[in-house]
Design a protein around this ligand. Structure first.
Ligand code: SF4
Length: 696
């Protein structure tokens, strides 16, 4: 029973919203060990604003599905049975060590979590690299912004937002593409709408009529998958018409000739036919963007989740460099990160190719340095991505055991039946989480973890702001913080596999882990301590205790070896699966305001009442063509499966496209999606699968 709002709280605790990458600061009001009210804390990054998820979405904290005791399955096909922590940790460590000893360290895979703290992510990658000796570690950025990371890293040398959300009011022009910002990052969406009301020129490039399109001065409704042509044509027109920033390009960029040759065919007329956007609008968008004193680009998964996601992001990078819209307040390239700590998970090295602080594993000197720090030699073999790891299960030399923290691949990976079949073939699976999920039935060991409200540590939001969590209450039952669990697992695996000393796994608390992060990556985090975060707003890079960190990146130079931004070709390839024949429509998947990703949290809260069932957006012309009424039950069918949903007949979806939210595990959109991957980032193509629509 929810207590009335006028209750006098037992305590009010300031912490960070666990949902999206905006990282809103929240005050949790607690009575009788239950959160009964959530208010915005005031100050950055949300300045008193919250969305429905932060305000009404915390019911999961007290849900009966919380995992409260360790469980083990003693033999395949047996039941999960409750045990004490010591037995569960010994059981898991011994079996993981056995697989590593028999099949080699690369037969293990560690999936870290963008919902876990920085400190937990640091320990997860240390578990892989130090205790086991493999670079096989990754997290869900593989599924959302790995395309951004790949393109930004190679062109600019850094993959984070180059500017900050506090600078939104400083932008004269804001270009938003592939982001339904008002629903997925609502507080940033509201900031952008306010900036547009106050005089900023808002350009939205999106096939769907997303919320921001209503506020846009210019809406470019491009055909799905034609992004590189649109942005390539804008950049080409700037050069052809002399509107580009020649001085910026000559002083601070390289690769112009190769890039120019790659966009020769992208005339405005060609772009109009390829994208469906009138040439006049493309020209106007380009000139507005380039002429602005400060122009910022924001994007999300509508750009990245394609089998050519890296090219999409590269086209945006090229446009920003040619217009000279980098290195000054209110400008920049700003990938909006999804999960609350997806930025931090990458920063902490929960990726197969970099240590914490984005230090490359391919560099022998870097490996030697980390080997010295951890007292154990570092593997030379490159790690593989999460998507490659799941594909490898059951194949000779493939992954045989997985340690999963705060992830649910059955819900989040494309082509669900394929994922289920792979998980069933594993020798051993550890699931460490706060709630039961769709992957839980495949677990051999379940380790119950503390939620964001039951532990210390830090999250890093989408604009590099590191923020302190504060425990609100004790974890339920025998659940424990991730850091507590991982440190004990590290001790055991290091001893069993004879790698490094058990002493290097002694961490009395999360702050002790963070101190190791500061020493290991001093240029990024050296100046940030838990003590400072108690009363200061800090973002990385922050090398010294006297600095608040850097807001605008690339003011003096880029973080590439030459210090220059690299212009690179962004080739246009259509989606891997084209609509036609039995499957005449294109499916795009994504999020809605009331829910979050696989729905594990939001659907165990009051938000479930506000948005209880799966609704798919269908254009009126398609509805008429396929005999579908608004509000009627329909089947969506792809080559890989079918799901049942309610039709929402709306102009939001363009003709030929249906949009399905991803939050409903029982009718999972990923039963339909295609496991085609970008060749560089290995991101799945969640935004384009061929489907048909049938009345149900
Ligand atoms: Fe939480 Fe994001 Fe909503 Fe802020 S905008 S309250 S961080 S979900």
């Amino acid at each position: 029973m929810t207590p009335p709002l006028r209750l006098e709280p037992d305590r009010v605790v300031s912490t960070v919203c666990p949902y999206c990458g905006v990282g809103c600061r929240v005050d949790l009001y607690v009575k009788n060990e239950r959160v009964y009210r959530v208010m915005a804390h005031g100050g950055p990054p949300n300045y008193g604003a919250l969305c429905v998820k932060g305000r009404f979405g915390l019911g999961f904290l007290h849900h009966p599905d919380r995992l409260t005791t360790p469980l083990i399955r003693r033999r395949k096909g047996g039941e999960l049975e409750p045990v004490g922590w010591r037995e569960a940790l010994d059981f898991a460590a011994e079996r993981l060590a056995w697989v590593a000893a028999k099949h080699g360290p690369d037969s293990l895979y560690f999936i870290s979590s963008a919902k876990a703290t920085n400190e937990a992510n640091y320990l997860m990658q240390k578990l892989a690299r130090a205790a086991v000796g493999t670079h096989n570690v990754d997290h869900c950025a593989r599924l959302c912004h790995s395309s951004s990371t790949a393109a930004l890293s190679r062109s600019l040398g850094s993959a984070a937002m180059s500017n900050t959300i506090e600078e939104i009011p400083l932008s004269d022009v804001i270009l938003v593409t592939g982001s339904n910002t008002v629903e997925t990052h609502p507080v940033i969406g509201a900031m952008i709408k306010k900036a547009a009301r106050n005089g900023a020129y808002l350009i939205v490039a999106d096939p769907r009529r997303v919320g921001l399109a209503e506020s846009a001065h210019l809406w470019l409704r491009l055909k799905p998958g034609s992004d590189p042509v649109l942005f390539g044509a804008m950049a080409r027109w700037l050069v052809e018409s002399g509107h580009y920033d020649r001085a910026f390009v000559e002083e601070r960029a390289e690769g112009f000739d190769e890039w120019w040759a790659s966009v020769r065919e992208y005339t405005l007329e060609f772009a109009e036919s390829a994208t469906g956007v009138p040439a006049e609008k493309i020209r106007a968008a380009a000139e507005r963007y380039a002429a602005a004193g400060a122009a910022a680009i924001y994007w999300a998964m509508g750009i990245t989740q394609h089998s050519h996601g890296v090219a999409n992001v590269q086209a945006l990078v090229n446009l920003a460099v040619l217009a000279g819209q980098l290195g000054k307040p209110g400008s920049g390239l700003n990938p909006l990160r999804g999960q609350n700590n997806v930025q931090g998970a990458g920063d902490m090295g929960a990726l197969p190719n970099v240590y914490p602080g984005y230090q490359p594993t391919a560099n022998a000197a870097v490996r030697e340095r980390w080997g010295r720090l951890w007292g154990t030699p570092q593997p030379e073999t490159a790690g593989i991505t999460m998507t490659e790891a799941l594909e490898s299960i059951g194949r000779p030399g493939g992954v045989r055991a997985v340690y999963l923290m705060g992830e649910d691949p059955v819900t989040s990976e494309p082509y669900q039946e394929h994922v289920r079949a792979a998980l069933a073939q594993l020798d051993f699976l550890v699931v460490q989480d706060i709630l039961k999920n769709e992957t839980y039935p495949y677990a051999d060991v379940v380790l119950p973890a503390a939620s964001f409200a039951e532990k210390n540590g830090t999250f890093t939001n989408t604009d590099r702001r590191v923020q302190l969590l504060r425990p609100v209450f004790e974890p339920p039952g025998r659940a424990r913080p991730d850091v507590w669990i991982l440190a004990r697992m590290g001790t055991r695996l290091a001893r069993l596999l004879n790698r490094g000393s058990a002493a290097s796994w002694e961490y009395p608390n999360a702050a002790a882990v963070w101190e190791e992060v500061r020493r290991a990556a001093p240029e990024m985090f050296g100046g940030i301590s838990h003590a400072r975060l108690e009363h200061e707003n800090l973002r990385w890079p922050c090398a010294s205790e006297s600095s608040p960190g850097v807001s605008v990146l690339f003011t003096d130079g880029f973080a590439t070896p030459s210090g220059r931004a690299r212009l690179l070709p962004a080739p246009w390839n259509p989606p891997a699966e084209q609509p036609g024949g039995e499957y005449p429509l294109l499916l795009s998947t994504g999020r809605v305001l009331y829910h979050w990703h696989g729905g594990a949290l939001s659907r165990r809260s009051a938000l479930s009442e506000a948005y209880p069932t799966l609704k798919v957006e269908v254009n009126p012309a398609d509805a008429e063509r396929y005999g579908v009424r608004d509000g009627a039950a329909v089947w969506l069918v792809s080559r890989r499966g079918r799901i049942r949903a309610v039709a929402w007949v709306t102009e939001r979806a363009p003709e030929g496209v249906v949009f399905a939210p991803i939050h409903f595990a029982e009718e999972a959109a990923n039963r339909l999606t295609n496991n085609a991957y970008d060749p560089v980032s290995k991101i799945p193509e969640y935004k384009a699968a061929a489907v048909r629509l049938e009345p149900a």
